[in-house]
Design a protein around this ligand. Sequence first.
Ligand SMILES: N[C@@H](CCC(=O)N[C@@H](CS)C(=O)NCC(=O)O)C(=O)O
Length: 269
Amino acid sequence: MAAENDVYTLHYFPFSLYSLMVRFALVIGRRLDPETAPNVEIKLVNLHREENFSEEYLTLVNSKGQVPALTSAAFASPLAESYDISKWLCQKQPELIPEEHRETIQSLMDKLYSFHAKTLTIGSDEKKHGIPNRAAELLEQKDLAEPHRRALEIKSVFHDLRHNTVFTPSGIKDVEDKARMFIQELDKTLDEENQGQRWIFGKRPTIADAHATVMVARLMEVKRQDLLTERVQEYTRGVLASEEWYEVTHGRATRWNASMGHVADLNPL
Ligand SMILES: N[C@@H](CCC(=O)N[C@@H](CS)C(=O)NCC(=O)O)C(=O)O
């Protein structure tokens, strides 16, 4: 397939789980076949500096004020969900979702996206008091331009819809149950397919590796081993030792800590 000329921008934060999934998929796809790999530039959206609340980001990129998002002159509108970006990538690079494993990969991906990891990884303070609605706080500013005000109102509503119910005991249990179902299926697939190799299906990585390992790496970092199996952790440790993972993280953990310095100064990103 001839390389296309379109350029895409991935709006990205290096310590966002769903951003990392997409970036890892891009790296894996390019290594599988540089010819079919789309031309994607990585652009930092510094969540630590609230760049996702800017008028420009909210009005032109993602009204939900989240990363990742993919923009391009080739799109009628941005892709603002990591799952949509991954599906788009798989259309460009079908080698990421090989036909003989399509059904299994689809099922793993659907299970991974049946819950949001935030509920499993928040600290006890956030669990008790909820995640502050920063958009609502920013709306207190007097000198906001009208389009920015409207955009922050939308973001604020999105925040409340998303976060109001998930941290109740039954909300947490629901997410934990879904996470366990995903891990169980990953464990079973590894048992049937992996045969001691690095990737889920052996020698060649797929879109499922790009997503599953990021999720499991984060759960390991926050010590949620109660949700994991030994086989799943062993597999993830193997991927974390890969060149592909290093190309994405440059050896950094999936969560920021002060020893890494300011995110704005990370080089390479
Ligand atoms: N459904 C979204 C979730 C993305 C998401 O949760 N992004 C987080 C970082 S991992 C974010 O941007 N948080 C900032 C905010 O919500 O204000 C996707 O999969 O793309």
